[in-house]
Design a protein around this ligand. Structure first.
Ligand code: MRU
Length: 334
């Protein structure tokens, strides 16, 4: 399964706002429209928005290649794309890598660089799948949150990549997918991916996870990651922190799976991660129907930050990192 394609000089995105009811691909030839697609979550998930931004940089270069002020035009395009979503560092990582590419090699290499970012991401997911599956016991019942699957990446997935590999090894007896309010990435996207792949999945509301753990029904939790700071604190979809606290209380291992493009060693800890605030309507409405009183105050952070103390291990393409995370991250990801 894939959500991003580059064909005939155009970017195609599977519109994730309509899934699972409607599978429709949208075509993009203008980088500004790609920025809008990232903002409105046609494409979402940390690695996927980095990949989309890389292809958008190719579109910007095509548009501006004949202009005398090409560098200034490219800086403006980068600013527009960088302003689309603030939390996942993959977006900025990809934009910086594309900028270094055109500054060093000119335009000729840009398309190849975007394609490389895309294919490297799939390879990293497969490597994480292999490494992470070692942590999965036979007959495992795994809880996951939001969507860290093929749809959120170049393909295969980070947390769902681990689950896919462990399932292929016959070790998964059940995946519990949190629905993930307010935008339901767990219900709409994770459950959809797992049903399509014939991996056993049970959909639960977010507020059921604690009781599920108390019933002894969860052997491990695996979530994705949008940005990991130098000390191992990490941002992921709102609700991840609560799951980590619950897992600690119940003595359940709690893992995050992330490629190196999600690690931000420039910030010392999670307090420096910018957390996106989204429209209150996502909270006061459900599927377009007003569920709270009109005019009610809302609070809608799209992510939260889980302190590294709650993390059992981080699954990366270079293997499993256990505490102390600051030393391991500094050694392996400089
Ligand atoms: O707001 P979203 O849907 O972009 O949030 C996505 C997540 O929080 C994922 O868990 C994260 O990006 C990791 S995806 C491999």
């Amino acid at each position: 399964m894939e959500a991003i394609r580059w064909e005939h000089d155009s970017l195609y995105l599977l519109d994730q706002t309509c899934l699972p009811a409607v599978e429709r691909w949208l075509r993009y030839t203008d980088y500004r429209e790609v920025a809008q697609a990232i903002k409105t979550m046609v494409v979402r998930g940390a690695p996927a928005i980095g990949i989309a931004a890389a292809y958008a940089t190719v579109l910007a270069a095509r548009e501006n290649c004949c202009k005398a002020d090409f560098p200034a035009a490219m800086s403006r395009a980068k600013e527009v794309l960088a302003a689309s979503r603030p939390t996942a560092v993959n977006l900025f990582w990809a934009l910086n890598r594309m900028e270094r590419c055109w500054q060093t090699f000119g335009l000729a290499r840009l398309e190849a660089e975007a394609l490389a970012i895309h294919s490297e991401d799939i390879q990293m997911n497969e490597a994480m799948g292999k490494a992470g599956a070692e942590l999965v016991p036979n007959g495992a019942r795994i809880l996951t949150h939001c969507n860290a699957g093929a749809l959120a990446t170049g393909g295969y997935g980070t947390a769902l990549g681990v689950i896919r590999t462990a399932h292929a090894q016959g070790k998964v007896s059940m995946v519990y997918a949190d629905e993930t309010r307010p935008l339901l990435q767990g219900a709409r996207l994770t459950a959809y991916e797992l049903v399509r792949d014939d991996i056993p999945v049970t959909l639960i509301c977010d507020n059921m996870a604690g009781y599920l753990m108390a019933q002894g029904q969860v052997d491990l939790v695996i979530a994705g990651c949008d940005r990991m700071a130098a000390n191992g604190d990490f941002a992921n979809k709102i609700g991840t922190y609560a799951l980590a606290v619950l897992a600690k209380h119940h003595g359940i291992p709690f893992y995050t799976a992330l490629p190196s493009s999600t690690i931000d060693l420039s910030i010392p800890d999670g307090s420096h991660i910018p957390v996106e605030q989204r429209s209150g309507e996502e909270v006061s409405c459900f599927a377009g129907v007003q569920t709270g009183p009109v005019g009610v105050r809302t609070w809608n952070p799209a992510f939260d930050v889980t302190p590294h103390e709650l993390l059992t291990a981080a699954i990366t393409e270079r293997g499993i990192l256990r505490p102390p995370f600051d030393q391991k991250l500094a050694c392996q990801f400089v």
